[in-house]
Write a protein that binds this ligand. Structure first.
Ligand SMILES: CC(C)C(=O)C(=O)O
Length: 528
């Protein structure tokens, strides 16, 4: 089947920049344009509105200079206005070759905003198109509020289109300015225009107010539009525009007769770049580009992936430069853990795997997910805590940290079955905890080792809810050794490391006592 080429016009730098609070710098705009055209391979880019500001002028100039040197100038477009040629002068000075002329696509807007008759409006439009042509600037025409125009003033839309098709223009753009269309209306309105004007290039511009942007884009292509306006991450006025990533995926996966030239593998890089430059975070559940969308959380899904790919769908993360992840948390189960271990190149025996799974579930109960990067820490924590059985156990503690007061700790600790409760202050919560501990040990005539180093790490790239690994180095008169604790709370991880130390020291003392006893027995024997 022959495929229809659908042009993708990216308007992240024009409509996308109309996202509340967003303003791209000159160099950010240039970098985004370069990525859009060279890596993502969109067909055209709309980079600004004419006349907006001096900064905008400089950005457009930088872009047109680069585009001229690299053969992209005819693919760089600017939104312009019916303003007696002021926009045209601005664009000409900025080196722009293509204007997207904003006109009225509904009688309501024309009458109440411009307060003009259709005849007056059409006359001014014809004049702007002509002036532009004289300056070598080509024209696409936008019919603002077209969707409401189709609903409430279809005769005006027809009259206007009958006029427009006689003008020397390249494309007509049909916007759903307020994002009010349903998919079936989109299909019906565009099909009707397609039938009436079979030769005209129509673009469709969806807004996402009802979250129907992608669905409407799909219907618009089915109904025969030639091009789509999209934005990276769905940025744009109010609820934004149809997001480029989703639109590309639905066209590629659901329409056999349509073809687009977008490099899917560049989508994620461009999304992240725009996220960084705009400061607008991509929601974690945003299709294709959100952090969580290729992460299987339920163990049953990971298990199914191992069994004949039961949970397969066409949206493979690799298409978009991403990877499938298996979350670790209370619902993850053994299959998820095994998938992560495979990825890390680790293998555990059944018993250790069970322990790690149990620990992940416990941690998952405290914090939502544990990442793959946390896993080596958890494993080493579990494997090292096997080394000794715990005769000393910190049963409970209260740590206090309040502004203007010295930190304090109250602890209840079981030493060889006997419970000691102590309260102490310190320079920090952990220091207070250690002071209370020292008091309990003094009652048992045991000296604690000296703390000589204290190191806290979180897994690389984690956020503030990450697991903390605290490694403490201790020194006794005989030796230096380190213990490690792991928890989502930093002080708790230090306390866990300390409890391990207490048991190691106790075991060493027991071994020492046993060997002293043996020595005495041997000596006695000798004496005998
Ligand atoms: C500027 C116009 C074309 C617009 O973004 C819209 O109508 O949605």
């Amino acid at each position: 089947m022959e495929r229809r080429k659908i042009e993708i016009m990216d308007t992240t730098l024009r409509d996308g920049e109309q996202t509340s609070g967003v303003s791209f710098s000159v160099s950010e705009k240039l970098t985004i344009v370069q990525l859009l055209l060279e890596k993502l391979r969109v067909d055209r880019v709309e980079v600004a509105s004419a006349r907006v500001s001096q900064g905008e002028f400089e950005a457009v100039k930088a872009i047109t200079n680069w585009a001229t040197d690299n053969g992209y100038l005819d693919r760089v477009e600017v939104l312009s206005f019916v303003d007696n040629g002021v926009s045209i002068t601005w664009m000409q000075q900025a080196g722009v070759n293509v204007q997207n002329l904003l006109t009225k696509g509904s009688l309501n807007h024309l009458t109440h905003q411009l307060r003009k008759t259709p005849e007056q409006h059409f006359k001014e439009i014809a004049s702007v198109i002509e002036q532009a042509a004289q300056q070598g600037i080509r024209t696409n025409v936008y019919l603002e509020d077209w969707s409401n125009g189709m609903r409430h003033s279809p005769d005006y839309v027809s009259e206007y289109l009958d006029f427009l098709i006689l003008q020397p223009i390249d494309r007509i753009m049909l916007p759903d300015t307020l994002g009010v269309l349903t998919p079936s209306e989109t299909f019906a309105y565009i099909s009707a225009l397609r039938k009436r004007y079979p030769e005209i290039h129509f673009d469709f511009h969806a807004h996402n107010d009802y979250d129907l942007g992608t669905a409407n884009v799909l219907e618009a292509v089915k109904a025969g539009v030639n091009g789509l306006h999209l934005t990276v991450n769905g940025m744009g006025e109010r609820a934004g525009n149809a997001p480029l990533a989703s639109a590309v995926a639905v066209i590629n996966d659901f329409l056999d007769d349509a073809e687009i030239g977008i490099q899917e593998s560049a989508i994620y890089t461009v999304s992240k770049l725009v996220e960084n430059f705009s400061g607008v975070r991509i929601p974690a559940n945003k299709p294709i580009v959100g952090d969580n969308v290729f992460t299987q959380t339920a163990g049953i899904h990971a298990d199914g992936d191992n069994k004949n790919n039961l949970y397969f769908n066409d949206l493979l993360p690799e298409r978009f430069g991403r990877k499938r992840k298996y979350a670790l948390g209370k619902t993850s189960g053994k299959a998820n853990i095994e998938k992560n271990l495979q990825e890390l190149g680790l293998k555990l025996n059944e018993e250790d795997l069970k322990k790690v799974t149990q620990r992940v579930i416990e941690l998952g109960d405290k914090k939502e997910t544990v990442t793959m990067d946390d896993l080596p820490y958890i494993i080493s924590d579990i494997l090292t805590s096997k080394a000794h059985d715990e005769k000393i156990f910190v049963e409970s503690y209260v740590l206090n940290h309040a502004k203007g007061l010295r930190p304090s700790a109250t602890i209840a600790i079981r030493i060889n079955g006997q419970l000691f409760e102590e309260h102490a202050q310190g320079d920090g919560q952990f220091d207070a905890f250690m002071n209370a501990l020292t008091m309990a040990y003094a009652k048992n005539n045991i000296q604690l080792p000296n703390l000589i180093d204290y190191n806290v790490r979180i897994a690389p790239g984690s956020s503030s809810d990450a697991l903390c690994e605290t490694t403490i180095t201790w020194k006794t008169s005989e030796r230096t050794f380190s213990t490690r604790g792991l928890d989502s709370d930093q002080t708790v991880s230090a306390i866990k490391a300390t409890q391990k130390m207490l048991n190691i020291v106790l075991n060493a003392n027991i071994r020492q006592e046993t060997s002293d006893m043996r020595y005495e027995v041997r000596n006695t024997r000798h004496e005998m």
